[in-house]
Design a protein around this ligand. Structure first.
Ligand SMILES: Cc1ncc(COP(=O)(O)O)c(C=O)c1O
Length: 382
């Protein structure tokens, strides 16, 4: 069916728009990889949890991974598939419910595993138990996103693996990648085999975490399939999982915003009806500069602007952008690739109006507003 581009004039502002066609394209690619090498692929809800489109994702993937009780409940009620839960530590008053909702529960330390022995005994083997290992193989440049730094609190190192009672363990989990290639995964898998050979031999499954940027155009899926198949041949008793988040919704959403004011200067400052710190915090944390639809390189145009948000934070700035025409108050702009790690991370700092959430299907041109936020939502969090 023919796809039509979203006409942003028809979108209320501000608004996150989830686009189903790019989402389905990403899912098709993931499904092909999964089917080529017998993987089970889970969707990491931490990256995106707008459950209006969960039926589309559930159609292609095996289940979700959850970061704790609330995501486990969300996955259990809204996603037709398995629920796999991992948290760096669990609360006593949540553990039984997490076990009752999950297919696997992964522990971060030998002490947590020991502490929860009575709950494990009650729910296992119906709910299986894993431990997170730390492969101690850094492949991520940004320390903020590297779980394998020397002082990392994430996962059990080889030197401490002797503390784990493997009579209670069914599987291993690692997460060491962030927006990475199959070549980075290959390195980490070798480190896992080197450091945890005897543990790999006694468990039933291995979860390779997230950070696999499979839907990025340059990602070499043939290489991924070949290394997974080779690993599987070396360990035929293991069921392999991975749990990408960002790759599932890469380029499958935008944030539509309106110019509220343009201030004199060189370049001129633009104030939008959204905020970087409230609605796209990764832009400041990572940091990175999100693309705006229709922008042109700043060196190729006199119409350049320093584009910022409406909060009081001095650094609430997306970056410098160029356009072929001058901007005017009331113009609508569209930030691209805004589904991953944006909607799930928003705040109502400064009482800034929260963007609505809409779903757009370009084959039918249907734009459905699924959530709108009001003063009551702001007050109810305070
Ligand atoms: C344990 C775990 N699994 C999966 C993911 C998803 O990673 P990504 O969205 O980069 O694929 C993360 C991200 O931090 C994670 O910590």
């Amino acid at each position: 069916m023919e796809s039509r581009r979203l006409n942003i004039a028809t979108v209320p502002s501000p608004c996150f728009v989830i686009e189903t066609e790019p989402l389905k394209r990403n899912l098709e690619k993931l499904r092909q990889v999964r089917d080529a090498c017998g993987l089970r692929i889970l969707f990491a809800q931490k990256s995106f949890a707008s459950y209006a489109v969960y039926p589309i994702i559930a159609d292609a993937l095996n289940g979700v991974c959850a970061s704790g009780l609330w995501e486990a409940r969300l996955g259990h009620t809204k996603f037709d598939g398995e629920v796999h839960t991992y948290s760096p530590a669990y609360r006593d008053d949540e553990m039984a419910e997490i076990f009752s909702l999950s297919h696997t529960v992964v522990f971060n330390s030998a002490t947590q595993l020991r502490h929860f022995t009575p709950v494990i005994a009650q729910y296992r083997p119906k709910t299986q138990v894993g431990i997170r290992i730390n492969p101690e193989c850094s492949v991520t440049d940004t320390p903020l996103y590297d779980p394998c730094t020397p002082y990392s609190r994430l996962g059990i190192r080889q030197s401490n693996i002797g503390d784990v009672d493997f009579s209670m363990v069914d599987g291993l989990h690692f997460h060491a990648l962030c927006e990475q290639t199959s070549y980075a995964l290959e390195k980490v898998l070798l480190a896992v085999e080197r450091n945890f050979a005897s543990q790999l031999a006694v468990v039933k499954w291995l979860n390779m975490g997230g950070g696999h940027f499979i839907t990025q155009p340059e990602y070499n899926t043939d290489h991924l399939i070949s290394i997974i198949r080779a690993f599987q041949e070396r360990h035929p008793h293991l069921q392999l999982y991975m749990e990408p988040g960002g790759a599932v919704v890469l380029n499958a959403g935008r944030l539509v915003t309106t110019v509220l004011d343009i201030l004199p200067g060189s370049p001129k400052n633009v104030i939008l009806d959204i905020s970087c710190t409230c609605h796209t915090p990764d832009v400041l944390e990572m940091p990175y500069r999100p693309a705006i639809e229709g922008e042109v390189p700043v060196r190729e145009t006199p119409h350049t602007y320093r584009i910022g948000g409406v909060s009081c934070l001095a650094g609430d700035v997306f970056g410098e952008y160029g356009f072929s025409q001058p901007l005017a108050r009331g113009d609508k702009l569209s930030f691209l690739d805004m589904a991953q790690y944006s909607i799930v991370k928003t705040t109502m700092f400064n009482g800034v109006r929260h963007p609505a959430i809409a779903v757009y299907d370009s084959t039918t041109e249907n734009l459905e507003i699924v959530r709108q936020f009001s003063f009551t939502d702001f007050v109810n969090r305070l």
